[in-house]
Write a protein that binds this ligand. Structure first.
Ligand code: S3P
Length: 170
């Protein structure tokens, strides 16, 4: 595990940001988020980027962000939920990192993100259906992870402990 990054992937609402920050704290490592980098660079919220410039533009920004961060080491990387749909991103992130998929069911995701307006892809008339459809479509991408952690019935601490065990065994 020496010098490697811990790369958290998974659907919106899977807990990537919360867990990234907690892990970074526990391990005394840097934490970066692709969404936060994009927001800062653009000086606009993600929802605004989608609205004003479209999803394709956002995906280009996401790609550039991965290229810029791919050579980092000892970093917890919190990836936006769609980062893995680009195979180049997966290949780049795998070079220096351990990809961990935080898996959650559509039901759990729906409960967690209900009422959150800042997620453009789910700010639709039937978010539950969109989650189910998108999750099914995305599953093959998320499954490219080195490890999968089921998060549905687990607390934040339990999930972090599981990740720490993985890191120690590597
Ligand atoms: C997206 C997930 C979001 C953000 C954007 C698109 C996706 O990040 O990058 O709204 O395509 O799944 P989170 O997974 O951190 O919510």
């Amino acid at each position: 595990m020496k010098n490697k990054n811990v790369v958290l992937i998974g659907f919106m609402g899977a807990g990537k940001s919360l867990i990234s920050n907690k892990l970074a704290n526990m391990l005394n490592l840097d934490v970066i988020s692709t969404d936060a980098i994009i927001k800062k660079q653009e000086g606009r919220e993600i929802a605004r980027i989608f609205e004003e410039s479209g999803e394709a533009y956002f995906r280009e920004l996401e790609r550039k962000t991965v290229v810029n961060i791919k050579d980092r080491k000892n970093t917890i990387i919190d990836c936006g939920g769609g980062v893995v749909i680009n195979p180049d991103n997966v290949a780049d992130l795998k070079k220096n990192g351990l990809l961990i998929y935080l898996k959650a069911s559509a039901e759990t995701i729906y409960k967690r993100i209900k009422g959150h307006k800042h997620r453009p892809l789910l700010n639709v008339t039937s978010p539950k259906q969109s989650i189910e459809d998108l999750l099914t479509k995305r599953e093959p991408f998320y499954s490219q992870a080195d490890y999968v952690i089921e998060t549905d019935e687990k607390t934040l601490n339990e999930i972090c402990d599981e990740i720490l065990r993985i890191i120690n065994d590597e």
